[in-house]
Ligand binder design. Structure first.
Ligand code: TTP
Ligand code: MN
Ligand code: MN
Length: 459
């Protein structure tokens, strides 16, 4: 190609590209989608398109949203959260449409070795991308109808795979549920942390009660005692070991004792106006009014989150398909995390509304409960009470106890585990519930098991 021919060819190409961008933007407006999805669209495809449109001066391109005359803009942001780490993201304004980027969803919700579209498609769908290396794309485009067809199939497949994945992983359903329960926009569930969800729920409940949420300047806060870990009796147990674990421990403590900003008695003079049966003193020495005087906002918020979790768990129980079971389990775990974050929110060092009296009271109740559970099991199931053995709690962490009852079969251990859980639950106020979890047989106890995420604050 001569110099002149090359220039003419390039000009032609630019014209095509300009046309393509213009028509794509028009197509988008005509289709008017609520949700835009794809794989890494927020940090790659959309910025690429916006930058090309700018370079080619396609002035009508960056109007992708639903607000007329509002230009789509782009900027960098760093997102930092304890649970998800630090990330630099593009923020692109497309009003009225949600950018639901499957790549971001997978980064957030899964732990995979590779996050290429090819690899995640294979992992979840057993399907792969059309194999076209980027170095041959120009040749395929410049070739003939057949090579261009191959290119087109490659593009379509790239667009279809994310949609199939979204569907299979039930992302839309699960994210919408979280948005609905917590009252944040759908996009926040993807792009923001746990705090905003708690704030949103607090504001929602506060408004119903004609209350306002104070502005809090964040400042370093004092530390407080966390959970109990019972020293493990290390060893190899060739005998059944039953585990009992409190269901939603921290949330259920806050519900049972009506712990909230709105129920805390700050000053000792507050108590003088009340009768002793109208308030409680927590093991860490704070005072809260009972729900008969005023029901707290936090317990109400927790009720909503936990009833959604209960529903997810019930669905999980019915589901036969192993893949869908995993998805439903992820859903109930996300709701569990949100519920526990309400406690984390009150204890967060740099939070929007920390309240150490609440967080301290929660962990102090927790510690007391685990001690009480251990004592109740060991005191009841013993030779002195006519049992052929002395039960022993060989380990416990935060809200669980592992019990060696002394019986030889799994069935007996399960039976006693259930009975003990019921007996202990009955000693605590509603909705606190110790549950029989499972029996290990045999069991090797070497080290303390710790949570993946730091126990405090829980974000
Ligand atoms: P878990 O027993 O794991 O959680 P749970 O009791 O809330 O829910 P489940 O019904 O599934 O048993 O943990 C006990 C408490 O420990 C929990 O209520 C809050 C706290 N916790 C943390 O602070 N950080 C964590 O990473 C986890 C898992 C729990
Ligand atoms: Mn638990
Ligand atoms: Mn536990």
């Amino acid at each position: 190609m001569s110099e002149a021919e090359l220039r003419k060819y390039e000009a032609e190409l630019r014209k095509c590209e300009t046309q393509l961008l213009k028509e794509w933007a028009e197509f988008l407006q005509e289709l008017d989608p609520d949700i835009i999805t794809g794989y890494n669209i927020v940090n790659f495809d959309l910025p690429y398109l916006l930058n090309r449109a700018k370079a080619l001066k396609v002035d009508l391109f960056p109007y992708l949203g639903r607000v007329r005359d509002s230009r789509t803009t782009m900027r960098d942001s760093t997102f930092d959260s304890r649970a998800y780490g630090k990330r630099v993201n593009k923020i692109i304004s497309i009003e009225g449409r949600i950018q639901f980027d499957l790549f971001q969803i997978l980064l957030r919700d899964t732990k995979l070795r590779s996050y290429t579209l090819n690899s995640v498609s294979y992992h979840f769908l057993g399907e792969q991308k059309e194999d076209v290396h980027h170095s041959i794309i120009t040749d395929l485009q410049n070739g003939n109808e057949q090579t261009r067809r191959r290119l087109a199939v490659y593009c379509v497949k790239d667009a279809v795979l994310p949609i199939r994945l979204l569907d299979k992983l039930m992302c839309l359903i699960n994210y919408m549920e979280m948005a609905r329960v917590t009252g944040v926009p759908l996009a926040y569930v993807l792009s923001r942390g746990q705090q905003i969800k708690v704030v949103s729920q607090l504001l929602r409940k506060a408004r119903e009660k004609d209350l306002l949420m104070p502005v809090h300047k964040s400042e370093a806060q004092e530390e407080y005692a966390g959970a109990t870990v019972i020293e493990p009796s290390r060893g190899y147990y060739n005998i059944p070991i039953a585990t009992l674990d409190f269901s939603s421990l921290y949330p259920s403590i806050m519900q049972a004792h009506n712990l909230c900003y709105t129920t805390l008695l700050f000053k000792s003079t507050d108590r003088e106006r009340l009768t002793p049966d109208q308030y409680i003193r927590t093991p860490s020495g704070s005072h809260f009014v009972k729900s008969s005087v005023r029901k707290g906002l936090l317990p109400e918020i927790l009720e909503d989150l936990l009833s959604a979790r209960k529903k997810a768990k019930a669905e999980l129980k019915e589901e036969k398909d192993s893949f869908r079971r995993k998805v439903l389990d992820g859903r109930q775990l996300a709701l569990k995390l949100s519920a526990n974050s309400v406690y984390g929110f009150t204890g967060a060092n740099v939070g929007k509304l920390p309240c150490i009296e609440i967080s301290q009271s929660v962990t102090s109740f927790g510690r007391q409960m685990i001690d009480q559970s251990k004592n109740l099991v060991e005191r009841k199931y013993c030779v002195a009470n006519g049992y052929p053995f002395d039960a022993k709690v060989i380990y416990g962490d935060t809200d669980s106890v592992m019990v060696r009852f002394g019986v030889g079969t799994v069935a007996e251990s399960m039976e006693l585990g259930r009975e003990a859980a019921e007996m202990i639950s009955a000693t605590f106020p509603h909705p606190i519930k110790l549950e029989f979890e499972k029996v290990y047989f045999p069991y090797l106890l070497i080290n303390k098991k710790r949570f993946d995420t730091p126990i405090l604050p829980y974000f």
